[in-house]
Design a protein around this ligand. Sequence first.
Ligand SMILES: N[C@@H](CCC(=O)N[C@@H](CS)C(=O)NCC(=O)O)C(=O)O
Length: 210
Amino acid sequence: MTFVITTYDWVPPFAVGYVRDLRIRWACEEAGLPYRIETTSVREKTAQHFARQPFGQVPILRDGDLSLFESGAILLYLGERAETLMPRDAAARAETQQWLIAALNTLEPPVMAMALARIFDQDARAEELALPRLRERLAQLVPVLEGRDFIAAGRFTIADILLADVLRLVDSLGELAAYPVLAAYMNRITARPAFRRAHAAQVAHFAQAA
Ligand SMILES: N[C@@H](CCC(=O)N[C@@H](CS)C(=O)NCC(=O)O)C(=O)O
């Protein structure tokens, strides 16, 4: 069965390489799961798009009759299908889920607040408020990653996909270099061939769409 990943037909240049379909492509590449890409219009969002993703966002994954949204939920679903992505052992699996949700729910919100303030709203006051909150979370992550190659379960998992992808956004905002432990982790995880393939494929997709 080939998974179908839905992404947009176009995004602005600053978003190329950062659209969240990357997380899903990356997981499929890691696990050797077959997938193909389908596009949906970003300018004229269709009723079918909203039927599959009530917020009109991407990514969406289809597996036969099943249609799923939310990159974290999709990664958890794929994790059930490939031990390469999530261990079977109950404790290791719980730890993987914990860190995947921490990346999504504790780390990504302050990162997005900063990105919205700087990139979308160009609001200096909002940025001033967002920055210390983001820095506090990054500083708290440093002792966790010190001396660890992976965030959970002592091995690569879907939690690394999410955490490294969130840290890429921090890096793009110029805020990661101050935390060498986090920067080294992000560089190590994104040096994986599966990430490189997924990233190159997304860049090529949007280059073709331009
Ligand atoms: N929590 C969602 C966020 C999805 C999201 O923000 N997707 C962006 C592209 S990376 C999007 O569709 N933005 C357009 C919009 O929010 O209308 C997930 O992780 O899947």
